[in-house]
Write a protein that binds this ligand. Structure first.
Ligand code: ATP
Length: 503
């Protein structure tokens, strides 16, 4: 059964993963707060990315650059001039849409012979063409404003057709360009000289630090710089939960390499590194639990490519809202460093010892969204299962490394102080090794269900027999198997499985 966005949103709210931001004030549109369980999930996603990039490879360094940057950096990057979307407004309801996201809604002015001459009826209908609209009108289906029984569809004839507001059928303005960067002011004076931008991507913080990282870490090409952090875009049409928001986190790598004509025999050139990163990034998603059939690579058509890019693919995921971009992987050539060289007047070229030559490196950029990634991992992990002889269950079958809580400990009977004490002590001890919680606020079946819904892979129950045989019940989230094991073995048994899953 395909998971719906509503099921995900409702689970996230009910189980403390993600809440509407500022909800007590009525909420702020398209902004979300990660609750106690969600913050762990997103942190685990970012950690898994960092581990794969920085810890498991020896050609990548980490960085945490400031959100606010010198405003010239955004002139150099092209964002001040070009980081804009075409925007249209509805003249009636004042809603705003991105022209390229606007679904085809067609307004058809309908008349019937029985109508007084000054009366007409406008129907707003989702359709790709006029013929398509008329077909749907004749079928009398899918009308957003129906003629309330006065006229049947076949009594009505079309008068004219326009592209209209999908919300109210109102007339739309011509498109205008709208810059997506949030502006603010540095210091107390709000004049044009103090304008700074909230970064719309983390990448530029990497480019401006390229030289410092290379020198201090004594790096030679090829090498990369990885960064995770907040980005801000004043999106015109945010929505679909955490898929598109105005404040979000990115996980970006800029991988600097030699252009083809500077490579020695046997060295990978920029296009080979691009291929390498397409494969690596796809493998990362599947390694952490995304089913391969829910991922695809979509190569950008030549007219979609930025003028400086040699190639770009989107890693797309089959979200409940359809196939959408999860990450972009581009060969950005020497564009960014060249731009920063020109605007900063600093030499950012690489000195190739073997060739005794200076040149600007090429860069491959895998740029992923941490929130979009988190949403994809959530959707892929979500299952509603029939459990034999028991109530059906909802379960998040996260990869163990992404699971917010690794282990939960319960006493079978909360009115037995010796069981409570033993369970509490066990939970406390396990916390030293992995995130463990103690819970005794419901009956055991309910406690299991609760942990299933937030994806906890292991539950441990301390019961009356534990007091005499020193054994506890270890339950696995996926198989629901229940094994008796010695209490002092819980730590090593769980740890072993967590480590094995990570490898
Ligand atoms: P889109 O076409 O969806 O607006 P984009 O192509 O502008 O995305 P990039 O600039 O390539 O996105 O950013 C890299 C990644 O950052 C995206 O693949 C996505 O995962 C994430 N991202 C970009 N914009 C947003 C946003 N508004 N909300 C959440 N994540 C975002």
């Amino acid at each position: 059964m395909a998971v719906t966005m509503d099921a995900i949103v409702s689970l996230c709210k009910r189980r403390g993963l993600i809440f509407q931001s500022s909800e007590i004030y009525g909420g702020l549109a398209s902004t979300w707060d990660y609750g106690p369980i969600g913050v762990e999930l997103k942190r685990n996603v970012k950690d898994a990315w960092w581990r794969a990039m920085v810890y498991e490879r020896d050609d990548i360094e980490g960085l945490d650059a400031a959100i606010l940057m010198h405003p010239q950096a955004w002139v150099a990057s092209g964002h001040v001039a070009n980081f804009s979307d075409p925007l249209v407004d509805c003249k009636s309801c004042k809603r705003r849409f991105r022209q390229d996201h606007l679904p085809n809604y067609i307004g058809v002015r309908l008349r019937s012979a029985e109508m007084p001459t000054d009366v007409g009826l406008t129907v707003t209908i989702a359709a790709d063409s006029f013929d398509d609209a008329m077909k749907k009108i004749k079928q009398g289906k899918e009308w957003s404003s129906k003629p309330k029984g006065y006229w049947t569809a076949d009594q009505l004839e079309p008068e004219h057709v326009v592209k209209v507001c999908p919300e109210c059928g109102g007339e739309l303005t011509e498109p205008r360009q709208f810059n997506l960067m949030f502006k603010t002011h540095l210091g107390p004076v709000e004049d044009s000289g103090s304008v700074v931008y909230m970064r719309p991507e983390t990448a530029q913080g990497i480019f401006v630090n390229f030289e410092s990282v290379m020198t201090t870490m004594r790096r030679k090409l090829p090498f990369g710089i990885a960064q995770v952090g907040k980005s801000f875009r004043n999106e015109i049409t945010p929505g679909n939960f955490i898929f598109r928001t105005r404040e979000f986190e990115q996980m970006e790598l800029e991988f600097f390499c030699k252009p083809g004509d500077k490579c020695q025999p046997g060295e990978r050139d920029d296009m080979q590194w691009w291929e390498h990163w397409k494969e690596e990034r796809t493998n990362w998603y599947t390694r952490y639990g995304i089913r391969r059939e829910n991922l695809r690579l979509r190569e950008h058509a030549p007219d979609e490519l930025a003028h400086y890019a040699k190639g770009c693919v989107d890693v797309e995921y089959n979200f409940p809202i359809g196939w959408q971009e999860l990450e972009g992987i581009a060969n950005r050539t020497s564009y960014d460093l060249t731009q920063h060289m020109e605007h900063s007047k600093k030499d950012l070229r690489y000195f190739d010892q073997e060739r005794k030559e200076h040149y600007v490196p090429y860069v491959i950029e895998p740029s992923a969204g941490a929130d979009r990634g988190t949403l994809a991992f959530l959707c892929d992990a979500y299952r509603e299962e029939e459990v034999e002889g028991k109530e059906p269950r909802k379960v998040l079958k996260f990869h163990y490394s992404l699971a917010p809580i690794k282990c939960a400990v319960f006493p079978l009977l909360k009115n037995r102080p010796e069981l409570v004490e033993k369970a509490r002590k066990l939970a406390h001890d396990l916390k030293q090794s992995f995130y463990t919680v103690y819970d005794d606020t419901a009956a055991i079946g309910k406690l299991y269900r609760r942990q299933d819904e937030i994806g906890t892979p292991f539950c441990v129950t301390v019961d009356v027999d534990t007091m005499t045989d020193g054994q506890v019940t270890l339950r696995n989230r996926d198989s629901m198997s229940q094994d008796r094991i010695p209490l002092e073995k819980v730590e090593s048994v769980v740890q072993e499985q967590l480590t094995a899953a990570r490898r």
